[in-house]
Design a protein around this ligand. Structure first.
Ligand code: MN
Length: 279
């Protein structure tokens, strides 16, 4: 199932190129979208069949007629993998000489949840004289509280998957500073539930700036796959239902500038775009 937030933070299920409003069926409170999402996830085992029955003959709204919103709008934290693809490590060493280590030594970092934006929104660049890059990543939302979860059990704690851009100012400041400016975490286009997603560690991932393909990989080339990274993160901190985990970018990162359109696509998830402008 593809679960999307749209318009004034209603919740819907995506069917082809349309969406069905299921806010009433699931008891959704648009004024509290994050709490409503956590509640939905905790009841999904029961709700799944209720939703499917409820939408069988429901009105389908064309996706073009709605405004998609960030599908996980207010997590308590965003846990992010540094250097988690070997080819990205190579390019960072060549260009910046600052990636001697990978996720295995660096652990992880946190991005500010206030940096989240949704599909069609605009990334605002704070500097005209500093390089700011796109990073294409597969991310997921934690379905229930988790601590010390081994990789072999991690899939039971992941509710669903989506695409994430980890926008990054290059330079010597610590990662949370360089990656936490407002608008620096576009996510979307919706959550693909784990049962529909299947194995997240074998999907194609691509990113374009305007019409130029900048990044293309398959998630099987990650150093820590989604489940192993879940284990690493949950060994340190309690992951709360509704938290976001993002798994790092492959090679091909590059600058974005005023006027660009950035599009990310992940196999079995879908795609979305954001605009870029100077702040
Ligand atoms: Mn990243």
């Amino acid at each position: 199932m593809k679960i999307a937030l749209f318009d004034d933070y209603k919740v819907g299920v995506v069917k082809g190129d349309g969406i069905v409003d299921v806010s009433e069926i699931v008891g959704w409170d648009s004024a509290q979208p994050q709490a409503s999402l956590v509640s939905l996830m905790s009841r999904y085992g029961h709700l799944q069949s209720v939703i499917e029955e409820g939408i069988s003959d429901a009105r389908i709204i064309p996706l073009q007629a709605v405004r998609l919103r960030a599908s996980v709008p207010y997590p308590s934290k965003i846990v992010a993998a540094p250097v988690n693809y070997y080819l990205h490590q190579d390019e960072m060493n060549v260009q910046f000489n600052n990636a001697q280590y990978t996720v295995e030594n660096l652990g992880f970092f946190l991005k500010a949840p206030s940096s989240i934006i949704g599909p069609g929104d605009t990334v605002l660049l704070p500097f005209r004289d500093r390089r700011t890059d796109h990073e294409a990543e597969i991310a997921f939302v934690v379905g229930r509280d988790a601590k010390d979860v081994p990789a072999s059990e991690a899939s039971k704690y992941i509710f669903g998957y989506f695409a994430l851009m980890d926008i990054t100012v290059r330079g010597k400041e610590d990662r949370p500073w360089r990656k936490s400016f407002d608008t620096f975490t576009p996510i979307g286009p919706w959550i693909v539930t784990a049962d529909e997603m299947g194995n997240p560690n074998e999907v194609d991932l691509k990113l374009w700036v305007n019409d130029e393909l900048r990044q293309a990989t398959n998630t099987r080339t990650m150093i820590y796959d989604c489940y192993k990274f879940f284990e690493a993160a949950s060994s340190v901190m309690t992951l709360r239902a509704g938290d976001i985990i993002t798994t790092g970018t492959p090679e091909g990162v590059g600058p974005i500038v005023d006027g660009d359109t950035v599009r990310i696509w992940i196999e079995r998830i879908g795609e979305f775009s954001v605009h870029v402008a100077y702040k």
